[in-house]
Design a protein. Sequence first.
Lengths: 252, 252
Amino acid sequence: MSYKIHRGDALLRLAEIPSQSVDCVITDPPYNSGGRTAKERTSRSAREKYTTAGSAHTLESFPGENKDQRSYTYWLSQLLAESYRATRDGGTALVFTDWRQLGATADALQAGGWIWRGALAWYKPAARPQRGRFTQHCEFVLWGSKGAMDADANPVYLPGLYTASQPKGAGRVHITQKPVSVMRELVKIATPGGTVLDFCMGSGSTGVAALLEGRGFVGIEVTDHYAGVAEKRLTEAVRQVREGTADTEPAP
Amino acid sequence: MSYKIHRGDALLRLAEIPSQSVDCVITDPPYNSGGRTAKERTSRSAREKYTTAGSAHTLESFPGENKDQRSYTYWLSQLLAESYRATRDGGTALVFTDWRQLGATADALQAGGWIWRGALAWYKPAARPQRGRFTQHCEFVLWGSKGAMDADANPVYLPGLYTASQPKGAGRVHITQKPVSVMRELVKIATPGGTVLDFCMGSGSTGVAALLEGRGFVGIEVTDHYAGVAEKRLTEAVRQVREGTADTEPAP
DNA sequence: CCTCTCGATGAATCCATCT
DNA sequence: AAGATGGATTCATCGAGAG
């Protein structure tokens, strides 16, 4: 399968994608959380919010982390509405969110025209424990469909819980990177041979997973640095598939 | 520790509970979900919605499954506001919800005055698979606190994911019964010796867990049948604690 | 006591058929 | 037409009972 990368603002680039041309939208927008107040959320950069002070890595920060909840919902619903247009009837959308934006993300999904179908949990065993409290072990994925779904077209049975730690060490190229093992399971909701769209591509894990699982990929990324990182990773994934060296089983 | 059962409407009975008298509110309200349209959700009984046609068991249905989303939010926020009054400063509230009511439940929790602190996932391995879809494997627990929390008062480290199947066979007494093993973990957020309140008690699993873990319990239940079932189970739990025959480890 | 088989069922979802 | 009712579909999990 092949991929295509668009650089630039997600809404502008989405408008250029043909209607009914993709099977499935999977994306992980900037959560705009990390602060209990609007001021805390909007005054710190993504790096300051999501990495421990003094952590050694030097990963690039990313933009889009300066919206309050109302404008976040509006921004995301516009993107999801435009993605809806680009998706074939019966296609699906999966949107990552943390607990703080669960309600806003559900609203945006439905405002974008999608039928909300469920919530998945991604369990991160290495989440930091908190004294006197419950650990925030899970992030969530809300999913929906464009109208009725045809189970015969893709008769898979997919789980509602995914367990994996965030990538570490040399494989970690983005602050909020998703494990390819998780993404490989999620892309199976797309018809084999169909196209997966990610309008907040980041370092391209969704695309890598799509290619490894025999789906095509279209990605949009506003940050030049990460578009370049994704380009490299996607080229490598295509090579692995062509040479047959891709793991047939998802990595642990 | 001891328990107290109040029979009747949750809001009326809550009003009789003294201010600042409980440590922690844990409850599992009727979800008012289970249907594609408002009509399907509000016109069918809990049994009709949630039990497989032809199922052999004869468990009682339960009331309160007739609200649309707007009135559900209003109803729940009233109950959570009244519970807030009854809770000591720094106390906590935990509310079960399914994916459909995640947003409404978060709104109600905050409308009731609580600081929303997070979302937990309860993973049910035996959930029914769905062809061409993701299985609804998880239910969720939203939790919050009454103002600032004092970690020194109860320095526990509690997980954000719980795995257990619904009780089966003779131990199953309610359609939507929660496993005591899960509830025993959750009640640990209450200070040892403190009181746990459940204003939608059902068959009393929250209370059983509270007593087994050395917390007191106050329960409210509107259905006479289930108030009676809970009374029996709580009496039995008190006996087990007194005789030292309670499992020190949560049941599997 | 452990392993295997069998059978029941799930906070589901959807549709055909009446009213 | 739109609402109400009843039943078909589906498989991973788990308990019961056999080997």
